[in-house]
Write a protein that binds this ligand. Sequence first.
Ligand code: PLP
Length: 229
Amino acid sequence: MKIMQNIAQVREKICAAAAQAGVESEKIHLIAVSKTVGAQEIEEAYSAGVRSFGENRVQEFLNKSKALPKDIRWNLIGRLQTNKVKYIINNGVELLHSLDRFSLAEELQKECIKKDAFIDVLMQVNIAEEQSKSGLYLREVDPFLEQIAVFDRIRLKGIMTIAPYTTDRSYLRSVFAQAKVLYDTKKNEFPNFEYLSMGMSNDYEDAILEGANMVRVGTAIFGDRIYNK
Ligand SMILES: *Cc1c(COP(=O)(O)O)cnc(C)c1O
């Protein structure tokens, strides 16, 4: 029951933030980040109406997608090793949030051709240039986009970013605002642009206020993660 209540609360906060931002709350996509979470908990979220889930490990995604309802939209949100690409193409991934380097784009293109498939991706940007995180620095974005322009199997659907972990809300907001500027600029060039994925349990309201239309919320739905597997 706790998960249902958490989801109701997250949805309420999304609605409030959307209202404050002047956008319709239906335009904000909620991804329930279910990494480390068991099938039973995912089913509880599913029965509360959640259909989009986020995983960061390929093997875990494969196990869960096999066992859980087929209408779940699986989002891959973590850094993806190039040698895992073969497991995700044509295998039920709705959206890959973490295109962060040329070698990954190259491998995605290659595997898509092999399987006569396409892949929807977000480009991950590292606005605050944190070394602990992946993602392109802002100044790397244009050269990167030029480099991958030939990869016709990769459908670039928008931008993903992870904000620094901080309680400094004005700094957080400025990071999100920079991602929004980038998103708006590129939206003019890329007809498939649709998603600005930013905001996690600690900061999704601020992200929405700055223009996020996709938030990735784990802890606030499923509780603290236990990494002792
Ligand atoms: C784990 C994770 C989330 C969810 O984080 P919470 O703080 O638990 O909401 C969102 N995005 C990415 C990329 C993650 O790895």
